[in-house]
Design a protein. Structure first.
Ligand code: PRP
Ligand code: MN
Ligand code: MG
Length: 177
């Protein structure tokens, strides 16, 4: 598809919001022994790397999980499969799931359920973007960077056919012709 990308949230706004979320997360986990930040690959990698560098109130561990849903198309499928599991156990730990975007909610709802069964000490969710109008299943989200309308967006880890994850800003994909 021929398209162009238009800036929707500029880099300075993205970074200011991530810093603000970092301050709130520091406050929340001030008395924690350690915080396991779990990134859902691949989309969360850029946001996670920015966010984790603001966390100073507790020790941080990073772990990763891959759940599939979209493939390369612009529509979501309801089936969520775990392709890569966490490397370490989370039982008794403070766990923060970090996601780039919540759309239908199927990915996070499934991942949250899998993690909950492993009995972490606490389980919270943080997402950079949220499209509330697209939600099909309810997921409790503790931190949302930006709630956005139902536009196809890319950047800061979010792809279109695996491209644009490296953009420093959030952009809208605009079809041409
Ligand atoms: C995207 C996005 C979220 C998920 C949101 O991931 O990064 O993980 O879809 O959709 P949902 O709320 O409707 O489940 P994708 O499957 O495209 O993989 P990626 O992270 O590797 O891009
Ligand atoms: Mn993803
Ligand atoms: Mg994707």
């Amino acid at each position: 598809m021929k398209h162009r990308v238009d800036v929707m949230i500029p880099e300075d706004e993205v970074q200011a919001r991530i810093a603000e979320m970092g301050r709130e997360i520091n406050e929340r986990y001030r008395d924690s022994e350690e915080l396991v930040m779990v990134g859902l690959l691949r989309g969360s990698c850029v946001f996670l790397s920015d966010l984790c560098r603001h966390i100073t109130s507790t020790d941080v561990c990073l772990d990763f999980m891959t759940a599939s849903s979209y493939g390369s198309s612009m529509t979501s499928s309801r089936e969520v499969r775990i392709i890569k599991d966490l490397d370490d156990e989370i039982k008794g730990k403070d766990v923060l799931i970090v996601e780039d975007i919540i759309d239908t909610g199927h990915t996070l709802s499934k991942v949250r359920e899998i993690m909950r069964l492993r009995e972490p000490k606490s389980l919270a969710i943080c997402t950079l973007l949220d499209k509330p109008s697209r939600r099909e299943v309810d997921v409790p989200v503790d931190w949302v960077g930006f709630a956005i309308p139902d536009e196809f967006v890319v950047g800061v880890g979010i792809d279109y056919a695996q491209r644009y994850r490296n953009l420093r800003y959030i952009a809208k994909v605009v079809p041409l012709e």
